[in-house]
Design a protein. Structure first.
Length: 89
């Protein structure tokens, strides 16, 4: 027995409430499965982005540390050069 019929106007008419409930349950189950798969894919994508962000953050910290070291080195060289210039006068 068919669960539903289509009218000439294209309307869907279910045989009874049980047929409607069964169709809705199948649809809801399939939709829930698809949403679960999409949520898992999104979670993997977010994890990948977080890993990339952490790596970029580590790189930025390293570059900042190198910049600070270079600035200190430049200041030290300037101080030495100033001291030598003062002694030379």
């Amino acid at each position: 027995a068919a669960r539903y019929e289509r009218t000439d106007a294209g309307a869907i008419v279910f045989a009874d409430e049980g047929a409607l409930a069964a169709t809705v349950a199948v649809f809801a189950t399939e939709l829930t499965r698809e949403l679960g798969a999409a949520a898992r894919a999104l979670a993997r994508y977010v994890d990948d982005l977080e890993a990339e962000l952490a790596a970029a953050d580590e790189g930025a910290v390293l570059l900042r540390s190198q910049l600070v070291d270079a600035e200190r080195d430049a200041e030290a060289r300037t101080s030495v050069a100033d001291a030598e210039a003062t002694r030379a006068r």
